[in-house]
Design a protein around this ligand. Sequence first.
Ligand SMILES: Nc1ncnc2c1ncn2[C@@H]1O[C@H](COP(=O)(O)OP(=O)(O)OP(=O)(O)O)[C@@H](O)[C@H]1O
Length: 682
Amino acid sequence: MINETEQEEREYLEEIKEKLSLAIKRVEDAVKGFSGELREKNQYIHEHRSGMDEADMVAAGQSINRMTFTGEAAVARKRKLLKLVQSPYFGRIDFIPHKQETSPVYIGIYSFMDERVRINLIYDWRAPVSSLFYDFELGEASYLTPSGTIHGNIALKRQYKIRDGYMEFMIENGLNIHDDILQKELSRSSDDKMKNIVATIQRDQNRVIRNEEARVMVIQGVAGSGKTSIALHRIAFLLYRFRDSIAAKDILIISPNKVFADYISNVLPELGEAHIPEMGMEELAADLLENKYKFQTFFQQVSLLLEEHDPAFIERIRFKSSFEFLGKLNQYLIHIENNYFSYSELRVGKTTIPFPVILEKFKAYHRVPILKRFALVVKDVQTYVRDKTGHKLTGQQKAIIWEAVPAMFKFNNVLDLYKDFYNWIGQPELLKIDYRMGLEYADVFAIIYLHIRLEGLTTYDHIKHLLIDEMQDYTPVQYAVLSRLFLCRKTILGDVSQRVNPYSASSAEMIERVFPQADIIKLDRSYRSTFEITAFTQRIIPNPNIAPMERHGQEPVLLRFESKNEEVEAIKGMIAAFKNSANQTLGIICKTLLQAEDTYQSLQATGVYLLTAESISFKEGVIITMAHLAKGLEFDEVIVPFASAGNYITEVDKSMLYIACTRAMHRLTLTYSRDITAFLST
Ligand SMILES: Nc1ncnc2c1ncn2[C@@H]1O[C@H](COP(=O)(O)OP(=O)(O)OP(=O)(O)O)[C@@H](O)[C@H]1O
């Protein structure tokens, strides 16, 4: 057995670092070689251009492309090696497959092979054998490979913390003391962006990451349970496992906003994968509606809910977020199919086409979306007339048919049908279209749904995996659209308790009704916040299943003041204290954007950033924002101002308060004037 003692491990680390440095040197030489060759080739082409025919030019172009490609691969490899030198591995297992010899398996963020002897010195965390590290302690163990299960025994398991090439500590795992390193990781102050968790992936998380079977995986996890982290690691795993068939460009992340997209943008590149395309729901909607309609954004919908309590608006949202709505839309589609084709006989010249003939043609195309059938029926009618008369049709006759056939259907555009739907259900008051403001957000996906069902769709066939974060914010109609657009595998994640809109929250069970084949996974362990913070947030929205980490810190603080001005003055003091502390990020999270803007103005402090719906990047330091925009983010410290009885009143407010408080990792302070909100008064 090699490296039995810590001293031996330290020496081994030096050896590996040396090998890595040599590998870096070799790649550098190769890159230099490539660029030299490329220069020469370009020069050659330039000088001999006149004497080259087309085939020569194509061949030269191809060879340049090949060289560039190999050069780029070498640069990417160098980037990985440079990262490995900093921290070559984080774990080791000595696994003895039955009746075989063992050699230690060192596990790191990427694999590294000693090319001369072709021995793997470091295994990628996604390699089949690496799953042993996450799934087992000492003793009997097994792992799955593409060619079957390997059984054996783990004789030794170690964890290392190597930073900047230096081993900070090493832990010998006897029984499950995994938690030690996890605790240390969670106690650290946050970076400006989400980081990878490869060294401390937990067993239940590993199961989700490495699941290869699920066509639709729905992860319902409590705040801070690592849903987003796991989903990103799962993508990295799938890219590794199916590297011959899936590339980063074949994946799409549907994310709630640009700041969140920026916040998570580091994880996959850190894991050695390319940047993944990302899109917001609104972008998708605009794309599908071909930018024909102006519409309210989800952010505007939530802001309206927060700023004015309009019962009619709430009722419209509530109805359009229900399964009943989707069911009614489907019934309506049957209704129009059966009833909206009106009787009229068509006469073209001397030929009469009886209505039953037209109707029969129309029904024969039942697989084609209704509004797409007209063109087919028109062609059939033309053939009918031609056969009857034995003549080709004149342009005028064709025009008569083109006009008459679509006119037999009551409506020929989706928006008119959508308006008609509300008359059909006898509730015209549920549709409000303000042409100046655009469509309400709750109508956007319903119109897209009708559009798909009535006119067909362009599917996103090139996407091979779809990741949907913040699933609770999307409605059954939205899922019905997504399920028709994206036929690929999906990972859908969220938390019903973090709905920004309590009138339209989707739970895992609701999503299962749209995707009956879904695998549902529940994660109840919360990693982000200290035990005290998690316990505190339970006062707002209790979840009996939540399992907080045994990581302790300061009790959350509730500070009472006489006025808002006093609150703001106190917050100034807290910002100064934060700047002198070891913490790196402070989030001041208000209920509305208006409040955030006001606070920002009043504070007038340098180094404080206001995060709005238009922001595109996450910044380290002090951030002021509203709860809706803070979703998915986390901060070392969180201050929730104005937690007063007069500010947090409605169900929507309660969700916002919960989201704001669950963003805190180590420290949470709430300030209020006079009376505290009823959500915290007990
Ligand atoms: N196994 C783990 N090892 C180390 N850190 C972890 C682990 N799992 C989760 N975390 C940390 O917990 C925090 C929360 O993770 P993440 O943001 O992915 O959770 P979430 O469920 O998406 O949260 P929310 O829904 O509240 O936004 C992050 O700091 C993440 O790094």
